[in-house]
Design a protein around this ligand. Structure first.
Ligand code: PEP
Length: 234
């Protein structure tokens, strides 16, 4: 059983949500499916979900569970709305909102306190990759952005920044090498996802790799037919 995560970012529509959720739930999926939707779509999605292994996730949360933080999203509220998961430290948050490893770690801890499973995103830039720094950058990111209690339930998503939304996918050997490294660093029980230009053409070969417990899918999760195929991976 793999974990197939959709990240709609600030995309999609209520129309697409109805169409996609109906199509994806026509057949039982052998996998865990997590839909990280724009927050305003969560109540509608909650009403549409009926397959037991389909779950909702947030795309970010605050470090505090409540307070005077206008415009932010509380992990507690995501949980109340029916979410079981939340992305933290996505590279777009790190880049556009200047999120540090320490902030990402505090968000992951808030998510755990609220009863959510955080999906902590890490990944190297193209420059770092070209300088041969991938593993050291990832080691630093996991040292400073994953919760101290390794017995907690969380996922780590390896998302090379240069592969997100670019159509460039990491080579299978590189994904394999990085995931073997992360499993060794984090322990076998932490689930590892790969994200970065996963498509209907390449998802199966990525999911077949050892130590790849699932995928995190951006652009292709907005294509109902393509993501529908991924949901059915076996
Ligand atoms: C993402 O948003 O995390 C992502 C991997 O996007 P894409 O699949 O479009 O590269």
């Amino acid at each position: 059983m793999k974990t197939i995560v959709a990240n709609w970012k600030m995309n999609g529509s209520l129309g697409l949500l109805h169409q996609a959720l109906n199509a994806w739930q026509m057949k039982d999926s052998p996998n865990i499916v997590v839909l990280c939707l724009p927050s305003v779509f969560l109540p509608a999605a909650h009403n549409l979900l009926h397959q037991p292994n389909f779950f909702m996730g947030g795309q970010d949360c605050h470090t505090n569970l409540q307070g005077a933080f206008t415009g932010d999203t509380s992990a507690q509220h995501l949980h109340d709305a029916g979410c079981r998961y939340v992305l933290v430290g996505h590279s777009e948050r790190r880049q556009y909102h200047h999120e540090s490893n320490a902030l990402v770690k505090a968000k992951a801890q808030a998510a755990l306190t609220a009863g959510l499973t955080p999906i902590i995103c890490i990944g190297e830039s193209l420059e770092q990759k070209e300088q041969g720094l991938t593993l050291s950058v990832l080691k630093e990111q996991i040292e400073h952005s994953v919760p101290d209690n390794k017995a907690s339930d969380f996922y780590v998503a390896y998302e090379p920044i240069w592969a997100i939304g670019t159509g460039l996918v990491a080579a299978l050997e590189d994904i394999q090498q990085v995931h073997a490294f992360l499993k060794k660093e984090l322990g076998a029980r932490i689930k590892l996802l790969y994200g970065g230009s996963v498509t209907a053409d390449n998802y199966a070969s990525i999911l077949d790799l050892e130590n790849v417990d699932g995928i995190l899918v951006g652009g292709a999760s907005l294509k109902a037919d393509d993501f529908g195929k991924m949901v059915q991976y076996s």
